[in-house]
Structures are given as structure tokens and as C-alpha cells.
Write a protein that binds this ligand. Structure first.
Ligand SMILES: [Zn+2]
Length: 240
């Protein structure tokens, strides 16, 4: 059986038998990787702790017929405990890894992998509100996947902005002529926030009000759902 090493982010795990766990990772160069980690649930296993959700690890695996077996894991980014310790961070992290898994159904993408690692690192550091980290990740991940939204000029006819009406199906803001009935109109600050999140400008993003964050979050979620075609479970998690 061929042996290989990979770096990856643990997206989720589930139980297998009495003591084992199946670990789903987004790897740097192989896309999604599903491996069995044996014996990790038997005791307070250090090996198991390195393979909890949101951890970044360097793993050694044996290729199997249906599932690979993870034989070693070294921690590269210990983001799991800090993210799981706080409910809002955990919810934001869950949306991020679920989206990463959906987007990974295509070819392996180093930029998507690096964006995910960066988002989890930022989330674990707890300096940026979790919702902003989540929404920034969503807009930038969709952008890398080929669906870059536009928040300045009209995305339909190119009329110079700023505009405040958003049509998620068209991918961003539209002018008054292109506006479709029922499309939401946002506060100007919310449009600026969406642009700041898309470009990764935390200094500007942190200036936004609670109301602007809420409006931007609604657009980021709707835009993600539109492109992934089905609702992500984590978006519907009730607020505590
Ligand atoms: Zn237009």
C-alpha cells in the first residue's frame, strides 16, 4: 500500500466502531481526503486531539481501497480548541468548513486551501468578530471559485457606482435601470463593508455598524447559497 504525507485542515469527523474515527480533511494538494484514524477514541489520545475539527495537521497516510488510514499526525495550526471554546466562533467555523467542503468538490486548489487556513487562524486569534471572518471567507472563497461578486459598479451594465440595490443572482450591486423588483436595497455602509470583506481589508470592515454587518451577512449567505445551490445546514443553526 502506498504511503504519502499531506497537509490538511480537519473539516469534520465521525465515529467508526468502538474506538476509531473517520476524518474528513481538505488537503493542500489532493483536495478532499477521508481517512480512518484508529484508536483515537479509546483514551485521551494526543493523536486524536490533533485530528479534531479546525486543526491543521501534517499527516502520514496509507492509501486504502476505499478509505485511507492516517498513521501519524503533527499539528501545524492548533486552532480547534480556541474555535470550539466559543459558541459564536464555533458557528462561524462550522459554516466556513462546510463551505470549504462543498467548494472542494472540484479540483484541488492551493488558494482555497490557504484561504481556509488563514480564516481559521484569524477566527482562533479572536481579534476579529466571528461573523466578519465568516463573511470575508465566504466572499473570497466564492471569488477564488470563479464567482467574484461586484460591489462598486453595476454588475449588469457597468454603470459607475456607488449603487445600493443588490441582486445576488447577478452577483452584486445594480443601478436603478437594472434593478429587479423585490431586490433588497442596502445602506451605503453595508455595500462598503461587503467590498472591504471581499478585499480582506479588516481595518475598514471593523468600522461597520451592527446593522451594516447584519445586512452584509445576509448578502454573503444568500450569495453563497445561490452558488452552492442548496442551503448550508450551518446557516440555519438557531441563534443562542
Ligand atoms: Zn445597470
Amino acid at each position: 500500500m502506498p504511503l504519502y504525507r499531506e497537509q490538511g485542515v480537519v473539516l469534520r469527523t465521525h465515529k467508526l466502531g468502538e474506538a476509531d474515527r473517520i476524518v474528513t480533511m481538505l488537503s493542500r494538494d489532493r483536495g478532499l481526503l477521508r481517512g480512518v484514524a484508529k484508536g483515537v477514541r479509546r483514551t485521551s489520545s494526543k493523536f486524536g486531539a490533533r485530528l479534531e475539527p479546525f486543526m491543521v495537521a501534517d499527516v502520514q497516510c496509507f492509501e486504502g481501497r476505499s478509505l485511507d488510514t492516517i498513521t501519524q499526525a503533527e499539528t501545524l495550526g492548533a486552532y480547534g480548541p480556541a474555535i470550539s471554546a466559543d459558541y459564536d466562533r464555533y458557528r462561524a467555523g462550522s459554516v466556513i468548513v462546510e463551505t470549504a467542503e462543498r467548494l472542494a468538490e472540484g479540483d484541488p486548489s492551493r488558494p482555497l486551501y490557504e484561504l481556509l487556513v488563514g480564516a481559521l487562524r484569524t477566527l482562533a486569534a479572536a481579534r476579529i468578530p466571528p461573523e466578519l471572518v465568516r463573511d470575508g471567507y465566504l466572499l473570497r472563497a466564492l471569488s477564488i471559485a470563479g464567482w467574484t461578486p461586484g460591489f462598486v459598479d453595476c454588475v449588469r451594465c457597468g454603470a459607475a457606482g456607488p449603487h445600493t440595490a443588490v441582486v445576488v443572482q447577478l452577483g452584486g450591486v445594480v443601478c436603478e435601470d437594472c434593478r429587479t423588483p423585490g431586490s433588497p436595497r442596502l445602506d451605503p455602509g453595508s455595500i462598503l463593508l461587503l467590498g472591504a470583506l471581499l478585499s480582506g481589508n479588516w481595518d475598514d470592515a471593523l468600522q461597520a455598524s451592527e446593522r451594516e454587518r447584519g445586512q452584509a451577512a445576509g448578502i454573503a449567505a444568500a450569495y453563497t447559497q445561490w452558488h452552492l445551490e442548496r442551503g448550508l445546514r450551518s446557516f440555519r443553526a438557531p441563534r443562542r
